[in-house]
Each structure stands twice: as structure tokens, then as C-alpha cells.
Design a binder for this molecule. Structure first.
Ligand SMILES: Cc1ncc(C[n+]2csc(CCOP(=O)(O)OP(=O)(O)O)c2C)c(N)n1
Length: 276
């Protein structure tokens, strides 16, 4: 009996398969949720510009048809800014790892949010620098063991959602690969948002995070570790700061409108032919 063809396959650059992700990596689930969201909205991802920096997550765009950029670690938002200034009508989506966008790319992130650049940033937070072997990263929880912190991470971790809300982002949400329905719903909202949208997706990296932090390469172990720490925003609202420590709050943090930063708001593009 022939296998049913996945309807989302039409968006995939088949010549690039087999993909590079490890078995059980969350990147495939994120890509699936994104394509499902696009399909349900009837927006063709090959009409967008999709950008990845460097890292495992940054490979996601490579498997998509259309205009994709895969290049420099931490510089996705600089590229996105250039594209939006030149072609404001182009939908731009970024897939970035937590290291890519919160560490080396942190300054670009703050200022893109402050300007309300009209892009969607999907951050796969796998709590480590996965591609380079599992080093500690800005979003590695405190006390957790990684390849470079064998006695536990001595630093506090970083809340990227709080950061971009404070910087001025107009749509910010956190979801997890373990909640595929909610993830897809969130990405659908984020895709239709005008202005700076960031969706943090808690994602399992069994190969490096699981192996060092949890002493297991089993994807289910890392997924369970994440999901056991997740609470909804409604649950979090009833807890004290101490009770919320070590938990990941899922849900929407902001959703509002304000003037966006793109070509037409910066330059007079009335007579620019390429922006028609
Ligand atoms: C300018 C620069 N600095 C460092 C590196 C090395 N490097 C490549 S991938 C990577 C880690 C990526 O981690 P993250 O962004 O969290 O993505 P993940 O692989 O975890 O999805 C690093 C540090 C690089 N390629 N370029």
C-alpha cells in the first residue's frame, strides 16, 4: 500500500532531503507547525523571505521553497531590517536559536523590537548552543549541567519574552513543541500580526541538552523535562514570584498595534517601482 502524501510536502525543497536534524529534535515539529499555520491561513511560505542565522534551528529555512537566507550567526534581524526597508510589503520570517538571537544577536533583537520592525521571529529555545556541541547559552536555566558547565550553570537565565516586551515588541508569546495545537494557533496569530512578533518555542534537544543536563539522549526524557515545568499564563497569575521560579510560562504576553518601522514609514517610497 502506498503511503499517503503529506499535504505540507508541497512547501518543501525535496532536493535538500534527508534533513540534517537529529532524531527527536524539536526543529521538525516547529517547521511542521509553521507550515500547518501557513496552509490554514492560505499564505504561501514561498512568497515570503525566510531567514536563518547559523545553528540547528537556523537550518529550518533551508528546507523551504522560495527565497531563503542562511548565513551569519546572530545577524538575521540586520538582514530582515534591510529587506523590510527596501521591500516593505514582503513578509519576513526568521527562525533563530536562543544563542543566535539572544546572545550574539541580542542587540539587533532589542532594537528591532524597539522600532517595531514588521517581522516574525520564531525562537527555538533548546536551552543550549546545540550545533556546536551543547555549550551553555543565555537561556540555559541556572544550575543546569551543560558541556561547558559540568558543575551546573552558575549564571541566571534570561527571559527573552520579557526582554522584547520591555523593548517594545507588539506580539509576544511562548509555546512548546509538546503543545502542537496551541503552537500552531500561536504561529497563525503571529503570522497575521503587523509589527514585531516574537514566538519563543520551548524545544527539545535530546542530543546535547538531554545528554548533558539530563544524562539521557532519549527525546521523550527532554520533552517531559520541558513539559513538567510548563504552566499557563492563567496558572502563573495565581502564583507568587517564588512559586513561579523554575517554571516556563506559556501563553500570549502582548498583542497590540503601534506604528511599524518599514520602508514606507522611513522613506517616501511613493515613486519606488520595486515597492509597488
Ligand atoms: C560569528 C559566529 N560566532 C560563532 C559561531 C559558532 N556557532 C555556530 S552555530 C553556534 C550555536 C548555535 O546555537 P543556537 O543559536 O542556540 O542554535 P541551535 O544550534 O541551538 O539551534 C555557534 C556558537 C559562528 N558560526 N559564527
Amino acid at each position: 500500500m502506498s503511503q499517503p502524501i503529506n499535504p505540507l510536502r508541497k512547501y518543501i525543497r525535496e532536493g535538500k532531503l534527508p534533513h540534517f536534524f537529529c532524531p527527536g529534535c524539536g526543529c521538525g515539529q516547529i517547521l511542521n507547525a509553521f507550515l500547518q499555520a501557513c496552509d490554514e491561513l492560505s499564505v504561501d511560505p514561498s512568497r515570503m523571505v525566510i531567514i536563518g542565522g547559523v545553528g540547528c534551528t537556523a537550518r529550518i529555512p533551508v528546507y523551504l521553497k522560495g527565497d531563503v537566507l542562511h548565513g551569519v550567526h546572530g545577524r538575521t534581524l540586520a538582514w530582515a531590517t534591510g529587506i523590510k526597508l527596501h521591500k516593505p510589503q514582503t513578509k519576513v520570517v526568521i527562525f533563530a536559536g536562543d544563542g543566535d538571537v539572544a546572545s550574539i544577536g541580542g542587540n539587533h533583537l532589542i532594537h528591532a523590537a524597539r522600532r517595531n520592525l514588521d517581522v516574525l521571529v520564531v525562537v527555538a529555545n533548546n536551552f543550549n548552543y546545540a550545533m556546536t556541541g551543547g555549550q551553555v547559552a543565555p537561556m540555559t536555566p541556572s544550575q543546569v549541567r551543560t558541556m561547558t558547565t559540568p558543575f551546573g550553570n552558575p549564571e541566571p537565565s534570561f527571559d527573552i519574552c520579557e526582554l522584547v516586551v520591555t523593548a517594545g515588541a507588539t506580539y509576544v508569546a511562548r509555546e512548546a513543541t509538546g503543545r502542537p495545537v496551541q503552537l500552531e494557533r500561536t504561529l497563525k496569530k503571529a503570522l497575521t500580526h503587523e509589527g514585531f512578533a516574537l514566538v519563543e518555542v520551548l524545544s527539545q534537544c535530546p542530543t546535547n541538552y538531554g545528554r548533558y543536563a539530563l544524562r539521557s539522549g532519549d527525546p521523550a526524557v527532554t520533552l517531559k523535562w520541558i513539559m513538567d515545568r510548563c504552566i499557563t499564563k492563567a496558572q502563573a497569575d495565581k502564583l507568587s514570584k517564588e512559586e513561579k521560579a523554575g517554571k516556563f510560562v506559556l501563553g500570549e504576553f502582548v498583542d497590540f498595534k503601534r506604528p511599524i518601522f518599514c520602508g514606507s514609514s522611513v522613506y517616501d517610497l511613493e515613486s519606488c517601482e520595486c515597492c509597488e
